[in-house]
Structure formats: structure tokens, C-alpha cells
Design a protein around this ligand. Structure first.
Ligand code: C2O
Ligand code: CU
Length: 540
């Protein structure tokens, strides 16, 4: 194992990722940022230089558990003070297991401005995967808006609320194609080489491992390659019992490895396509070229791109969610019973006329003092010491109606979990403030993996539905979808001392309070670097 050092300069750049010129936040001039490739056990050191003139930065290493470096999680308000303009911050952490992970900004809505990338961790030399492939390729999926993150943030926190709307484009490896018709070439130029579709070049007969990460700020996606099947083999650092799909559903914050064999007509190219699911799509499909060597990599296939599944085929999404199980021989069985069950009802509400997202009627906020420092050092008056609710009044709540409680409360309260205890989380979906609409929410846990025990439709009922849990071969993940009008059950061991976020990975939902904070064993956290201090009540 070795140390891998990176120096990243964060700056504003004009980019034309979908032909439309937009101000992006880039790493060393690039968006998506550079891929971190490492070997299991390596120590990664990233010096982040904030050269943004007018905003802070914090970078989260999504899927890295930060065992031993709990202060390097990159969450402003939780583990560190955000990095201010002109300052440099050093992230140090160990990539302790092989798999496909990602990184992204955790500050404000900065992720949607393009600050994200891939982390690929390979096995040590001499150890092999339980499947074979010839080549490894990374694929970053994202969505792209023409309004700025600042306009979005303003609209979300205003009366009258202005939703971010649907993205203008979907990007594959940072490339999309917006129709520039009617726009001046200085604004949108469809011949700009920056927005040529990305190409994945393959050699006939070879098998490719595609490491796919969804870094969308809003959209759930379906990914597919025209006329090619995919075998799912890995999810977020865990081996999946292989299963074959025509299209892969992937939610923001998830990563998968799929194997694809280049076994079709090698005299032509094929389409790779992504389309929006779970929301009524107003965004054209994102396209890339699956290029058979030696055809030219920009030669468009003459066929029509695959349309993908219907956006509202929730059934098939649930079926795929249930198919993702731990690979035989690699199963880590969960504890038989939880020590505690926390039910979180997901609702959209208002607070004094502002639209917010709430869990059990509480919309969560983060303080300006990082909670990890506040809790470890007993700094008072940083957060609300009353525990947030463990449940909601399920007998009297109709998940199929627009919420009648129009006022929820905002709070900085924290779920304190007994160290090493086993916690079940039941995510319960409901109707949003729009009739007949229930959105899907990808929930992501920092610092841990959880067992995915089950998915269901309708209202969860503990004594009935816990019978259906998969306790035999559940996959462990860090991000999982909550499907419309459904529930998702998770189990994890609170065995990583620290303070950790659990939140919806839709950036605007997180921004609007769709998060909770877990603390466990904070007194066991070692010395926090001084560079994490400097804001709120941690000012020297
Ligand atoms: Cu990838 Cu807290 O997020
Ligand atoms: Cu959400």
C-alpha cells in the first residue's frame, strides 16, 4: 500500500458540457473532476485549494467510511468548517476496501455546479475478483441545469418558492447535447467540441467492467446500452449476486459495476442512453456512443437510441431493487434483531410559508459550528438537545393524501445511538404537497454501510412487514432508494464513532431539510485536526 497525493485547485470555469455555456465549479479546470484510482489500503491525501472567489468548499468522499479519520468526511456543519476562499485544506483518508465510490462537494448546491468525480479502488495485487473482465471503464452520470446554483438556492429559500425545475440535459462522462436552436452561438454552439458525445471504445469479443456512478443532483435514471445486456456484479464496494438486466436503474449517490460483453455487430456503433425515471421527464435522454473499434468513435449509429422504460413504472424499479443481493460466499449476515427501530416519515411541508422537507414533521438544519467538534468538546448551545421523534402517528396518517399539517418545525436535534448498537431505519414515503405525486428519494448514510432488508408498497406495518425482511443474503450499501408511496427498511451497526449524516441525496431536498444526524461514540473520536476549526463557536 502506498500514499497517493493530489493537489486540487477549485475554480470557476465557463464550460459548455451540453453546448450551452455555463459557469461551472471545476477541479484543476475539469468537470467532472479527476478520477482517484487507488489500491485497497492506500492512503489518499488531497490538498484542496479553494480558488473560488466568492464561496466556500467542502468535499465529501462518498462511500469511504473514514474509520480512523472521522474528521475527513467533508461535511460542513458536521465534521469541519467549510474551506474559505483563498484557503487550503488537506483531506487524508484510507481507502480500506475495493470498489467503486465517488466524491462530490457537500457545500450548498455546489455539487450541481460540477464538483464531482469517481473513486476506483482496486484489489491488492494477487487478489482477484470473483468475476472476469478484460478492461475497466468509469462512467459518471449527472444532470445539468442552465440556471446557476445561486439562482436555485435563492428560489428554494424564497416565498414565493421557486423549484429548480427539471434539468436541461443529462450528461454521460460530462457530455450532453442541448438543442441550441434560436440561441446565439456565443451562448450555445452545437459545434463546440466540448459537447461531442462521449465514446466508450470496445474491442469485439472483450468483456468490460463499467463502473457507473450517479452524481445527479435531482434525477433518478435508467442506463442502457443498445442491444447489449449487462450483468450487475458490484454495488458500492460489495459484490452482488450476479443478475442480468437490459436497463439499470440508478439513483443519485449509487454506484454499480456491470459487465458488458462486446458481442454484437462490430461493423457499427451502438447508443448508450440514460433517461429520467420517477419524475415526469422534461429532459431529453442523455446519449453516448458505444464504439466498436475500429469504427470512428464519433460515428453516430443510424438506429434510434433506446427509449428506456416508462418513467412511472415503479413496479419494475422495486423488482430491480429487490434483486440486488449479496454474492454467495461474500454474505455478511446482519444481526438477527435490532436494538432500536427508527421510523422516518418523509413529507413535504411548509414552515411559515417556506417549503421544506421533513422527517416525522421535523425539518433538520445544521449549525454553523461543526457538530463533531461541538459534541466532542461539549460546546454548549450548538444544537437542540431534545431528541427528534422516533416515529410518526402512523394509525392516523394517510400517506396517499396531501399532508394536512401545513406547518412542520425546524430543528437541529440529533439521534444519539448507543455505540455498537444495531439500528433499524424504516423510511416511509408519502404524498407530496401535489395531489397524486410521491417522489422517490435516494437515502445515503455517511460513515457506514447498512443492510438493505426490504422494500414495500404502501404503509409499513412492523409486525407484518418485518416477516418479509431478507436476513439471509441482504446486500450492504450506503445509498438506497425510497420508492414512491413505498417503504424501505435498513439495518446498520453504529460501530463508527463520530457524527454522521443520513440524508436524501437529491441536493435540493437535502438543502430543504431532508436529513438527520446520527451521533455514536463521539467520545472515542481521536484528536480532530486544527484545520477543521475556525467557524461558529470553534473560532480561536
Ligand atoms: Cu454523496 Cu452526504 O452525500
Ligand atoms: Cu428527496
Amino acid at each position: 500500500t502506498s500514499e497517493r497525493k493530489f493537489t486540487w485547485e477549485i475554480s470557476y470555469q465557463y464550460k459548455s458540457l451540453d453546448c450551452y455555456k455555463k459557469l461551472a465549479v471545476a477541479i484543476n479546470g475539469m468537470t467532472p473532476g479527476p478520477t482517484i484510482s487507488a489500491e485497497q489500503g492506500d492512503t489518499i491525501v488531497v490538498d484542496v485549494i479553494n480558488n473560488l472567489l466568492m464561496e466556500n468548499v467542502a468535499i465529501h468522499w462518498h462511500g469511504i467510511r473514514q474509520r480512523g479519520t472521522r474528521w475527513s468526511d467533508g461535511t460542513d456543519g458536521v465534521t469541519q468548517c467549510a474551506i474559505m476562499p483563498g484557503e487550503t485544506y488537506k483531506y487524508t483518508f484510507v481507502v480500506d476496501r475495493a470498489g467503486t465510490f465517488m466524491y462530490h462537494s457537500h457545500y450548498g448546491l455546489q455539487r450541481e455546479a460540477g464538483l464531482y468525480g469517481l473513486i476506483n479502488v482496486s484489489l491488492p495485487i494477487g487478489v482477484s475478483e470473483p468475476f472476469n473482465y478484460d478492461f475497466d471503464r468509469g462512467i459518471i452520470l449527472s444532470d445539468w441545469f442552465h440556471h446557476s446554483a445561486y439562482q436555485h438556492a435563492t428560489g428554494l429559500s424564497s416565498i414565493t418558492f421557486q423549484w429548480v425545475g427539471e434539468p436541461q440535459s443529462l450528461l454521460i462522462n460530462g457530455r450532453g447535447n442541448y438543442s441550441c436552436s434560436g440561441l446565439a452561438a456565443s451562448v450555445c454552439n452545437s459545434t463546440n467540441p466540448e459537447c461531442l458525445p462521449s465514446a466508450l471504445t470496445v474491442i469485439s469479443g472483450k468483456t468490460y467492467r463499467l463502473r457507473i456512478a450517479s452524481l445527479t443532483s435531482l434525477s433518478a435514471l435508467s442506463f442502457q446500452i443498445e442491444d447489449h445486456e449487462m450483468t450487475v456484479v458490484e454495488a458500492e464496494g460489495q459484490y452482488v449476486e450476479p443478475f442480468v438486466v437490459k436497463n439499470l436503474y440508478i439513483y443519485s449517490g449509487e454506484t454499480y459495476s456491470v459487465l458488458v460483453k462486446a458481442n454484437q455487430d462490430s461493423s457499427r456503433n451502438y447508443w448508450t442512453s440514460i433517461n429520467v425515471i420517477s419524475r415526469q421527464p422534461k429532459t431529453p435522454n442523455g446519449l453516448a456512443i458505444f464504439n466498436y473499434y475500429p469504427n470512428h468513435f464519433h460515428k453516430f449509429p443510424s438506429t434510434n437510441p433506446p427509449l428506456g422504460p416508462l418513467w412511472n413504472d415503479t413496479r419494475s424499479q422495486i423488482i430491480q431493487s429487490r434483486s440486488i443481493k449479496a454474492r454467495q460466499g461474500f454474505v455478511v449476515t446482519p444481526p438477527k434483531k435490532p436494538d432500536r427501530v427508527i421510523v422516518l416519515l418523509n413529507t413535504q411541508n411548509t414552515i411559515d410559508g417556506y417549503i421544506r422537507w421533513s422527517l416525522n414533521n421535523v425539518s433538520h438544519t445544521l449549525p454553523s459550528t461543526p457538530l463533531l467538534i461541538a459534541m466532542k468538546e461539549n460546546i454548549t448551545d450548538v444544537f437542540d438537545p431534545n431528541p427528534p421523534p422516533e416515529d410518526y402517528d402512523s394509525a392516523n396518517y394517510d400517506i396517499y393524501s396531501v399532508p394536512s399539517n401545513t406547518n412542520s418545525v425546524s430543528s437541529s436535534s440529533i439521534y444519539r445511538l448507543e455505540f455498537n448498537s444495531t439500528v433499524d431505519i424504516i423510511l416511509q414515503n408519502s404524498n407530496s404537497m401535489t395531489e397524486n405525486v410521491s417522489e422517490s428519494h435516494p437515502w445515503h448514510l455517511h460513515g457506514h454501510d447498512f443492510w438493505v432488508l426490504g422494500f414495500g408498497e404502501g404503509k409499513f406495518n412492523l409486525s407484518r412487514d418485518n416477516q418479509s425482511y431478507n436476513l439471509v443474503d441482504p446486500i450492504m450499501k450506503n445509498t438506497v432508494p425510497l420508492h414512491p408511496y413505498g417503504w424501505t427498511a435498513l439495518r446498520f451497526k453504529a460501530d463508527n464513532p463520530g457524527v454522521w449524516l443520513f440524508h436524501c441525496h437529491i441536493e435540493a431536498h437535502f438543502y430543504l431539510g431532508m436529513l438527520v444526524v446520527f451521533e455514536s461514540g463521539v467520545e472515542k473520536v481521536g484528536d480532530i485536526p486544527m484545520s477543521n476549526y475556525g467557524c461558529g463557536k470553534t473560532k480561536a
